[in-house]
Design a protein around this ligand. Structure first.
Ligand code: 9WN
Length: 403
């Protein structure tokens, strides 16, 4: 751990991870999210700096939840007493959801190996990781253009992003079966959570997906953020596979990475805006929301002029006192406390820290130190929002503090 940092943050973040540890998996937040979420679980493994064996177990349990087609469910419901809406019955399954989430597990496995994780157990993770990446290209690219779509806003991990507004209009909120939200019992300020109308559309779409054999429903939006994370994850997988002499896996991962990177530039780049756009595969419409996902392709190797334009766009449109906002203040939908509509999320800063030359981590750590391991933060005044004692905020702090 770094020596100039008060040991306090290390202690606090470690106790958040311990409190949220359920043995073989870590919940994102004890009350609000009492199950295993895919990308949260991978971030927990990234932060399990001092207990690398525990991090291996986290990834083993995450990947053991994969469906037979390779998809890693965005939620695995382990605990029948964990109150959350929508539970497995709503998904039409016994114990897991049927959509996925941004695949950050290859990056987690790579770090676990680097930190001394048992090479044989990490090697056993490679095949399910590769299959989960293949699944995105097989099941989430209906137009076969080399980038991937999300089949539900929840699949993106950025649930309430304004980028989904237009496409969500195709979902009839009145078709949702009756349900009761439970999130508002834990986050009482309604302004920080999605609206009831959003929830009716989310629920209606889950019902549609569950009724059609877990394929795609009436929401299919090509997402530059998900595509970029997938391409980057394949680069991470290739490096991991190289380290374990799994040459065939590495070659295939680099091939997928290059295909998705090319697809991003060919199909989702907008030169006049200087950022990536979203494509509604069903309506054929382009969505130009100025949100952080439009810049996530900085995770991969882009043509110089594209990367330069993205960096300039972030400097110009995303500089707030507590960066990075998830929606640009220049976008009419910007809301500094709205769920994924403006607040800063520590995992997004973690993803973009290296592409931006390491300039985000120190300011983010200072904020977490001051305001605690909150779920998200107001990018204008730094206020902590959403759940408290949030796993990935703690995990990422520990990862950064370990150097
Ligand atoms: C729905 C657990 C998850 C995160 C997502 C975040 C939020 C769920 C919810 O919480 O989504 O999956 O109930 O709002 O948007 O990124 O993985 O922390």
């Amino acid at each position: 751990m770094r020596e100039d940092r008060p040991v306090d943050l290390v202690d606090r973040a470690t106790s958040v991870l311990r409190a949220n540890d359920r043995g073989r998996y870590t919940v994102p937040a004890g009350h609000l999210y009492p199950h295993q979420w895919a990308w949260d679980s991978a971030f927990a493994a990234i932060g399990s700096v001092v207990d690398v064996d525990r991090a291996v177990i986290e990834l083993e349990s995450l990947l053991a939840s994969a469906w037979s087609d390779g998809r890693v469910p965005h939620i695995r419901f382990h605990d029948p007493t964990g109150v959350y809406f929508p539970g497995p019955a709503f998904w039409g399954t016994h114990d897991r959801s049927s959509i996925s989430q941004p695949p950050v597990w290859a990056a987690a496995a790579r770090r676990v190996l680097d930190r001394g994780g048992d090479p044989d157990r990490v090697r056993a993770l490679i095949e399910p990781i590769a299959r989960s990446h293949e699944w995105f290209l097989a099941a989430r690219d209906p137009s076969d253009i080399g980038v991937v779509a999300v089949g539900h806003p929840w699949e993106s991990g950025m649930d309430n992003s304004p980028a989904w507004n237009a496409a969500m209009q195709a979902i009839d909120p009145a078709s949702a079966p009756p349900f009761e939200r439970v999130d508002q019992q834990h986050v009482t300020d309604a302004a920080q959570r999605p609206t009831d109308d959003d929830y009716r559309r989310y629920a209606a779409l889950v019902t549609e997906i569950a009724g059609n054999g877990f394929g795609l429903g009436s929401f299919v939006v090509y997402d530059p953020g998900m595509s970029a994370i997938l391409a980057w994850a394949d680069g991470e997988l290739a490096t991991l596979a190289d380290a374990l002499d799994e040459t065939g896996v590495a070659v295939a991962a680099r091939r997928r990475r290059d295909r998705v990177t090319a697809g991003l530039v060919d199909h989702l780049w907008d030169d006049s805006l200087g950022r990536f756009v979203f494509l509604d595969a069903l309506a054929g419409a382009t969505c130009t929301s100025n949100v952080i996902s439009a810049y996530l392709p900085l995770l991969v190797d882009l043509p110089d002029e594209v990367a330069t334009a993205l960096r300039a766009g972030l400097d110009h449109d995303f500089s707030t006192p507590f960066p990075l906002p998830t929606t640009s203040p220049a976008d009419p939908a910007f809301d500094p406390v709205g769920y994924w509509r403006g607040p800063m999320w520590v995992n997004v800063n973690w993803l973009l820290d290296a592409p931006l030359g390491g300039r985000l981590r120190e300011r983010t750590l200072e904020l977490v130190e001051e305001r605690g391991c909150r779920e998200y933060f107001d990018p204008l005044n730094g206020a902590g929002l959403g759940a408290d004692d949030f796993t990935w905020t703690a995990a990422i702090a520990l990862d950064w503090l370990s150097g």
